[in-house]
Design a protein around this ligand. Structure first.
Ligand SMILES: [Mg+2]
Length: 174
């Protein structure tokens, strides 16, 4: 059996349009090629993970339940395409959070820290050399580097095309 591999996506600005603290399911707008990119990894037998900073929870803009509702809508639309995300990791913490339980500066999960990425690799037994991350911010690239995986900075264009180019550079079988 070939070694398992994984693609870790940032969420806002990579999978869905980032119009600032997205949480309403009705306002989910996919990035071009994002669903096809996820389906491509599914079909190749890779794991699809999402690692997303969600300080909007800590800041009190929306609740964890609302975020889960947004994710459920993503999964519902993906399922209609025969695609899925294996696991979503989120970091609700922020140093200025209104609620004490979310108030923490420099949380190890908050990108640019690699906590979510390291957990994703560990949870699914993925060698860092068999993973890549796609993000749209320098913090995503820093987190990837700190986790020992290749990071690719997406800016615009078709995400499936971007993924295929990244996968060929890292040597993942997509
Ligand atoms: Mg982003």
């Amino acid at each position: 059996m070939p070694a398992p591999f994984a693609v870790i996506f940032d969420r806002d600005g990579v999978l869905n349009e980032d119009y600032g603290y997205a949480f309403e399911p009705a306002k989910l707008v996919w990035i071009p090629g994002a669903r096809a990119a996820i389906k491509r990894v599914n079909a190749a037998g890779g794991r699809v993970m999402v690692a997303t900073n969600q300080s909007g929870i800590g800041r009190g803009y929306y609740s964890e339940a609302q975020m889960h509702g947004f994710h459920a809508e993503m999964e519902r639309q993906l399922a209609a395409d025969g695609a899925h995300i294996d696991r979503i990791y989120f970091c609700p913490f922020h140093e200025e959070a209104a609620e004490a339980r979310y108030r923490q500066a420099n949380h190890p999960d908050r990108k640019p820290n690699p906590g979510m990425l390291l957990r994703a690799l560990g949870d699914f037994g993925i060698d860092p050399a068999r993973a890549l991350m796609i993000g749209d911010k320098p913090a995503d690239m820093q987190a990837a580097g700190a986790a020992g995986i290749d990071g690719y900075l997406y800016e615009e264009g078709d995400l499936e095309d971007f993924l295929l180019d990244a996968a060929s550079r890292t040597g993942l079988p997509l």
